[in-house]
Design a protein around this ligand. Structure first.
Ligand code: 5RP
Length: 223
């Protein structure tokens, strides 16, 4: 899947750029930066390239972001060699007022959750249409071990969701994704904890136990 492609109009595109560029203020000299995936993050990477002499490298959440970082001459490092990362910048598909997120529209949710967990500060960059009162309008991505796909789908149906197999999508980890429609997520922490217990689930694309620390919206709002 080409996660650089946007589905919006020029206003949304301008907001993505503004949010991506705004995140540069969180980058300090001689740091290794955590870098996420998606069309909003691409603007952050473009801006990061302009100050690349100031940073020690990046840890990336996808092969696609790693490729772009390398093309810009930014060294891509292994998280195991880096340890804690001071700041992680990534987009989201939906964000509520408590900075809980739905992520994984670009299929990179597992590595994104690992980077968010390892980050001291998680900076989320979005355009305004991603901000919602209640999560669930965007189908919730769930990465699954391929042989468990139908079992996990039945378990999700039992919990009231409508899973759709994202055909043709194989994650960077060699797994598959179910996009779960028809949800109204009133208690994101509970749903994340419960669904994480379904055998065969690798990652639920709900970032509630580890929400963003700050959300930069492309219209200038931040919270
Ligand atoms: C990738 C993600 C992305 O951050 C999310 O899909 C937002 O992407 P975009 O900035 O292209 O709208 O979670 O797995």
């Amino acid at each position: 899947m080409n996660v650089w492609t946007t589905r919006g109009n020029m206003d949304i595109e301008a907001q993505k750029r503004a949010a991506g560029e705004a995140a540069i203020e969180f980058v300090e000299d001689r740091q290794v930066i955590g870098v996420g995936t998606g069309s909003t993050v691409k603007y952050f990477i473009d801006a990061l390239a302009k100050i690349k002499h100031r940073v020690d490298g990046a840890v990336s959440s996808s092969e696609q972001s790693s490729k772009l970082l390398r093309e810009y001459g930014i060294q891509v490092l292994d998280l195991n060699a880096v340890g804690t990362i001071p700041v992680y910048v990534d987009g989201a598909d939906e964000c509520d007022g408590a900075r809980h997120l739905i992520k994984g529209g670009g299929g990179a949710l597992t590595r994104e959750k690992i980077l968010a967990a390892a980050a001291q500060k998680f900076v989320c960059i979005v355009d305004a249409h991603k901000c919602v009162d209640v999560l669930g309008g965007f189908p919730l991505p769930v990465e699954v071990i391929p042989m468990a796909r139908s079992y996990v789908a039945r378990e999700i149906q039992r919990r009231g969701g409508m899973p759709v197999w994202r055909t043709g999508c194989v994650t960077d980890n060699g797994n598959w994704i179910l996009d779960v429609h028809g949800l109204r997520i009133d208690d994101p922490e509970k749903l994340e904890a419960d669904w994480n217990q379904i055998t065969g689930v690798v990652t639920v694309g709900l970032f509630a136990h580890r929400p963003a620390d700050v959300v930069l919206v492309g219209n200038g709002r931040r919270f």
